[in-house]
Design a protein around this ligand. Sequence first.
Ligand SMILES: [Zn+2]
Length: 247
Amino acid sequence: MIDCGNGVARQLVLADVPLTIIRHIFITHQHSDHNADYGNLIWLAWAAGLRTRVDAWGPPPLEKMTKLFFEMNAYDIETRISNEGRVPIVPLVHVHEIRSNGAVMSDENLKVTAALVDHPPVVPAFGYRFDAPDRSIVFSGDTAPSDNLVRLAQGADVLVHSVMYPAAIDRLVGRVPNAARLKESILAHQTSAEDAGRIAQAAGVKTLVLSHLVPADDPQVTERMWVEAAQSRFHGKVILGRDLLEI
Ligand SMILES: [Zn+2]
């Protein structure tokens, strides 16, 4: 699982992925749209029957968050262990905090590598590369255009990149009272669809998936506008991400 935003357990079930087979969780950075359901995912999986080890990888304070989450929900957890005969959940979860570029983990199926990306002021924030026997997939996390990410994504089959549409940001932030600060933050830590295309081209990937659309719900920014913006700089295949999309 890469990132755990709101509703991630429900989305997994809708994607026909049983919660009980979750093995590894990778958090790109500690922002609520990427971690709000981190603890919930593990907890709900356990309530659904998970009995096996889960490794969680991500930036600090992942260890503290995990500990406090279990503490907050100790009443339910202890009740279900004593009342329903479940295995203790705490020993199942192994947390690994990541602070720098490099190898994260590998097993017989998968090699995972992290790269620091550019998400001020959220430090560290990571992109991840997953090399499997049949293909390689890179997730940017949230980032401004990042040279580290270009290096990480060299020759990958698929690059999933977060994108913004700068011309629509004023309309997006116009809905909130902290518009000026929010706009400044978004522009500093997101990548335009054009730049995502440029990065995909520089990395030589085969397919670019536009994800984490900012804004996601502006009728004035059509699917075609997103895709054409990326295609203006990238000659490979461009796919506009959406919930439950399979590639
Ligand atoms: Zn973020």
